[in-house]
Design a binder for this molecule. Structure first.
Ligand code: UGA
Length: 458
């Protein structure tokens, strides 16, 4: 079966490369010509661990190609994955115009039967709209269409592993043939029968993926419900962290023990400056709008969003409390990406914090293992260095804004010697408060002893 992937953003590229890696013939299309030229010259436009190698191997094996012609990809594929962006509209809802455009191209270019699979994150009932668009715009061309939903749960930073070793594959279908085709596509993953491009020595023992078949509406809802629940969990942990501070408990101890309950689970309970990225914040908003339109009061989610926005205020207040005057002071920033192991700065809490401090006249010097280039286009006047020690040099405060594990392993004694004032505000609870105090730092984090019980006014 030939597979086409429309949209070479994060999900499209990782999906296309991994589907080729498990043995399918895949053509990926994007109307952004510069992106396709890069890909065709061997450049990968995003940083994602393993992705460059997986793409290269699949291209060399002749199983993966890229085109700027969506029409060409449509004509060649039996199964077409729609992976275009669904960015937020001003009212928080999802902009589905790219989905409609692709549906129109599919409708007008297809001459053979097509299984059209939505992989982009979309609000419930989008599948019905796609079906209608295919019927309306394809009425004169004689091709038949089946529509399915196959939401993607990959995380940036671990996307390739998530796709090749998923915990679940959700397919929303309306007929047996669509289910059969989707099973065929994912069979190598279900059977573990593919040469894993990221585990040369053999894959670690993992529970087999579950193949979950639902209606299209349910599959669409599962994606939004999953991301929104993760957001709720993080905001919950952040409120627990606030309580810990007020009442003298330690959020690490509390969330560790709470997360050991298998009904709750240990992940997504890390307190800090809150969630960012192009998925959780926009999906929460889109889900809120969707619930409103459906007449369901989901104010619980609004609260999670509000708690998350307040994290930035809270953090900036801590900077004020510790530094007093921000204007003209050199502040070092470690971490720009919205999370570790990515160069993605979209809706990154770090970017918000920097914007606020710049408005107050701070002199920011910043470091990140991957995200400097992207940040430079947003804030051209910051001082950047890939070297965290250079960033710390002469700084009156050092802010940790992304949870890059390598920051844990820095020579913090050396950093103390380099800074004008040994002050660290850790927005990701990455370091150990006791160790930092022992090293002579004034150290602040969230919800752990060593953090002031009340934020002084200034
Ligand atoms: C998220 C979901 O985790 C994926 O399952 C989903 O497929 C993806 O969105 C998507 O919709 O495409 P991602 O945006 O890559 O993945 O990032 P997450 O790992 O979810 O992290 C989101 C944010 O939450 C980051 O800013 C991270 O630093 C923050 N976070 C995460 C916390 O503040 N605390 C935690 O305990 C966990």
């Amino acid at each position: 079966m030939r597979i086409s992937v429309i949209g070479c953003g994060y999900v499209g590229l990782v999906s296309g490369a991994c589907l080729a890696a498990i043995g399918h013939d895949v053509i990926c299309a994007d109307s952004d010509d510069s992106k396709i030229r890069k890909l065709n010259s061997g450049e990968v436009p995003i940083y994602e661990e393993h992705l460059d190698k997986v793409i290269e191997a699949a291209r060399s094996a002749g199983r993966l190609s890229f085109t700027n012609s969506v029409a060409e990809a449509v004509r060649s594929g039996d199964a077409i994955f729609i992976c275009v962006g669904t960015p937020p509209l001003a009212d928080g809802g999802a902009d589905l115009s790219a989905i409609e455009n692709v549906a129109r191209v599919i409708a007008s270019e297809a001459r053979t039967p097509k299984l059209v699979i939505e992989k982009s994150t979309v609000p419930v009932q989008t599948g019905q709209q796609v079906k209608r668009a295919l019927q309306v715009y394809g009425r004169d061309h004689g091709a038949t269409f089946r529509v399915a939903s196959n939401p993607e749960f990959l995380r940036e930073g671990t996307a390739v592993g998530d796709l090749l070793h998923p915990d679940r594959i959700v397919v929303g279908v309306e007929d047996a043939e669509s289910e059969r085709q989707l099973r065929e596509i994912y069979q190598p993953i279900m059977d573990g029968k593919f040469k894993c491009p990221i585990h040369a020595q053999g894959c670690p023992p993992l529970a087999p993926a579950r193949f979950i078949v639902t209606t299209i509406n349910s599959a669409e809802l599962i994606k939004h419900a999953s991301n929104s629940f993760l957001a709720l969990k993080i905001s919950y942990a952040n409120l627990i962290s606030d309580l810990c501070e007020k009442l003298g408990a330690n959020v690490d101890e509390v969330t560790h023990a709470v997360g050991m309950d298998p009904r709750i689970g240990p992940q997504f309970l890390r307190a800090g400056i809150g969630f960012g990225g192009f998925c959780l914040p926009k999906d929460v908003q889109a889900f809120i709008r969707l619930a409103e339109r459906a007449g369901v009061d989901f104010s619980m989610l609004k609260e999670a969003e509000r708690v998350n926005k307040r994290r930035i205020d809270e953090f900036v207040e801590r900077v004020h409390a510790a530094l007093w005057i921000v204007k003209e002071k050199k502040i070092g920033v470690l971490g720009l990406a919205f999370k570790a192991n990515t160069d993605d700065i979209r809706f990154s809490p770090a970017i918000d914090v920097i914007g606020r401090l710049l408005n107050e006249g701070a002199r920011i010097s910043a470091s990140d293992p991957q995200a400097i280039d992207r940040t430079r286009s947003l804030y051209p006047d910051l001082t950047y260095s890939a070297d965290p020690y250079a960033t710390a040099k002469g700084a009156e405060a050092l802010l940790i804004l992304t949870e890059w594990p390598e920051y844990r392993a820095l020579d913090w004694k050396r950093i103390r010697g380099l800074m004008m004032r040994p002050l660290v505000l850790d927005g990701r609870n990455l370091l150990e408060p006791v160790k930092m105090s022992e090293l002579g730092f004034e150290y602040h984090s969230f919800g752990r002893p060593g953090t002031p019980v009340t934020t002084p006014t200034h």
